[in-house]
Design a protein around this ligand. Structure first.
Ligand SMILES: N[C@@H]1[C@@H](O)[C@H](O)[C@@H](COP(=O)(O)O)O[C@@H]1O
Length: 296
């Protein structure tokens, strides 16, 4: 698991958006072989989406052969409610890019039979061959999607009751009135996210520092569901300095040292990471006397 530390939320967003752009370009998607992208909502990804919209406007990237699956949706909010995740995604991303609407998948929180909707969603993901890259954020309690503390680490898409902390955290989108925040949501499971071939989680702000500490320094724990990322073969957390406030100095120095090596060898924010990491490890194998880091 890689931990990329950037100065502030803006540089976290730029790094993440650039990484996604490069991964899609390297993947070179087609109608037969689309790039399947999992997406979150919340404030963390907003600037990432702004960069992706800009890349698309400048024709640096196309979303024509990108298929998306969102992590979650409130139960009972009409699709066009200003605070539904449907509205959020169209306002911040989908209506500004050249994505084919039929390639957009968001859970229907107003489905007649919610369990059937969840099963259908999992089947849709399977139909397209699984998710290539899942981008996520976390709540202050370390939940990923709406997998609240205590969620099964093998969970699938299902109906979840929102923890009081989550309702409190999300009340900011409902005029600060907790009574207006839905108490139920449909969410992909921890297992659904971890089945993706790659997972990237954005963690910014001092209010998420304890969650990052639990995830990085205390290992896998179902009370901090983002920690499942420790068991993923191709996972990355992109965080800002504030989010590292509860980490040990040596932990921060270690992860920064990995990046310093990469920066010296391959250039900062070089996002062709798959290639760059293999050339880094090749550099290692060549017993380069200057570098004895092994890249995780
Ligand atoms: N269901 C969403 C999550 O997908 C999101 O990651 C989290 C963090 O939101 P923010 O990025 O605003 O901190 O909020 C909600 O709980």
């Amino acid at each position: 698991m890689r931990l990329i530390i950037r100065q502030d939320p803006e540089s976290v967003a730029y790094y993440t958006a650039n990484y996604i752009k490069q991964r899609i370009l390297e993947f070179n998607p087609t109608a037969e072989r689309p790039f399947v992208l999992g997406l979150p909502t919340g404030s963390s990804p907003i600037t990432v989406y702004r960069h992706l919209v800009e890349f698309n406007r400048k024709k640096e990237i196309s979303f024509q052969h990108v298929v998306t699956f969102n992590m979650d949706e409130y139960v009972g909010l009409p699709r066009d409610h200003p605070e539904s995740y449907h509205s959020f995604m169209f306002n911040h991303l989908f209506k500004h890019i050249d994505i084919n609407p039929k390639n957009i998948h968001i859970l229907n929180g107003c489905a007649e039979e919610l369990d059937k909707e969840c099963t259908r969603y999992e089947e849709e993901i399977k139909k397209v061959g699984g998710i290539e890259l899942f981008l996520g954020g976390i709540g202050p309690d370390g939940h990923i999607a709406f997998n609240e503390p205590g969620s099964s680490m093998n969970s699938r898409t299902r109906v979840k009751t929102l923890a009081y902390e989550t309702v409190l955290a999300n009340a900011r989108f409902f005029g600060g009135d907790v009574n207006k925040v839905p108490k139920l949501a449909l969410t992909v499971g921890v297992g659904t996210v971890m089945d993706a071939r790659e997972v990237i989680v954005i963690i910014t702000g001092a209010h998420k520092a304890i969650a990052l500490n639990k995830c990085i320094e205390e290992g896998v724990n179902h009370m901090w569901t983002v920690s499942a990322i420790q068991m993923h073969p191709s996972a990355m957390i992109v965080c800002d300095e504030d989010a590292t406030l509860e980490l040990h100095v040596k932990t921060v120095r270690y992860f920064k040292s990995i990046e310093q090596v990469q920066e010296q060898l391959i250039g900062r924010d070089n996002i062709g990471l798959k290639g760059s990491i293999s050339s880094l490890s090749k550099m290692n194998q060549d017993n380069n006397p200057h570098y004895n880091y092994s890249i995780q």
